[in-house]
Design a protein. Sequence first.
Length: 527
Amino acid sequence: MARLDAGDVEPAVITQGGSDTVAGVLEDHARRHPDDPFLVSEAATTTYAEMDRRANRMGHLLLRAGVGPGERFNVHLTNCPEFYDCWFGAAKIGAVMVPSNPLSTPDELGYLLDHARCRLSVTQPDLLGTVETARSRTGERSRVLVAGPVGEGSLADVLTGEPDTPPGPTRHPSEVLGVLYTSGTTSRPKGVLVTQAAYLHVGEVVAQHLRLRPEDRQLVVLPLFHGNAQYYSTMSALVTGASIALAGRFSASRWSEQASRLGATVASLFAAPIRMIMAQPPTGYDRAHTLRAVLFAQNITAEQLDGFEARFGAPLLQIYGMTETVAPPTMNPLYGQRRNMSIGRPALTARLRVVDHDGTDVSPGDVGELLVGGRPGETLMAGYLDNPEATADALRDGWLHTGDNVRLDADGYLSFVDRDKDMIKRAGENVASAEVERVVNEHPAVFESAAVGIPDPVRDEAIKVYVVLHDGAVLSEAELIEWCRTQLARFKVPSAVEVVDSLPRTSVGKIQKHLLRPRRPAVLSEP
């Protein structure tokens, strides 16, 4: 049976220093080592004591702005210290932060503000127009607080007038602290409810897996509104008493320089940023850093994996996680055998199953849906905001149904196959788009690709591949299809290829395949 347990008994949520809320952990560090750095940027350093004071002031400011316990407010910011003011200020008073993608359109942001019933938006001058337009579409139920440059009515300046004292009574770990909206496909995104306890749980899982110490520093270049930067980087640093090296944005050309200048020891990336970094010319900073581990998610090729480690001298560890799982259920080991073409083995406290469409556990080697066991609101998401149907579908009898297909091998490593919705149904056969993409990406001319199913009157679906080539490379449709014929079974060979300049992506690098599927090829090539 494909049932995996990291331990025989699932333990209670592990917390730091007896504290069981995010605010409590911050206060504990501020009390015990107030001068240790928490947040480091190229502009300034914020100690734990200062971060705690800023969080207290932000809590008071939120209360004065009409945001009380259990009430939601929007944070529409790029990576900046004010994001942490808002997040930890909410933790202090039991309010709920609803972070949004700074690249959102007014329509996308307007939906979020309306659906979450946000009472306030915190934004910055260059994003204010989007926020104001979004508010006008929702009846302007929320107020706006602008975090401008220092000396121009910035949030930091406003906070100086607020009290340093704790703004409210001790909060409870079961309280929701964040609503993280997942990327939508054909429908609107869903708001994932993340409690204080769940935030601390993921911090402990990742910190213990990476053997984090207070001297460690997590490099954050991915956007703070996303679960990766919040879960794996920030929370692991917070529960440890380590620090955050915050970059204002991801820069492929400056990634190793930022790691070096900011003294980072651990980092986290996605596959797309890794490819972007590798496409840059080498610099003197590539080996000048102190990175000892780099987490990553989403598939890269074996060549890219080896090339990254050879160039930067930092081991990559592929992990798997979803906004809904909170903690990553699988991780490659820090020590021992890493199989980075897999998503690793069960992480600390993880309980996993791999099942078929009837819910029966499959045998090792067979493909099935990954289920993650846990306690909603403690080790998993608490549910989806105002969506009981979706919550009931995802959380069943203590198991989160991920919708992701995986394969378990005899040694306990799992390999990601595809999202169930991305499986291509072709003439009675199921084809994993990821398998087609792996073969296509191995062609020397190909930078990256995306395979999707398109309607076919005979076979149900045909396979079409969108391809981005390396700069200066030339590749015909016929040449790529012939390449695939030599490595794939006949029914897996693409019927059509389209070369494009880029693939549509979310802000954290995930390919938006739903934007590719509506396109139709003029002619299908017979494989």
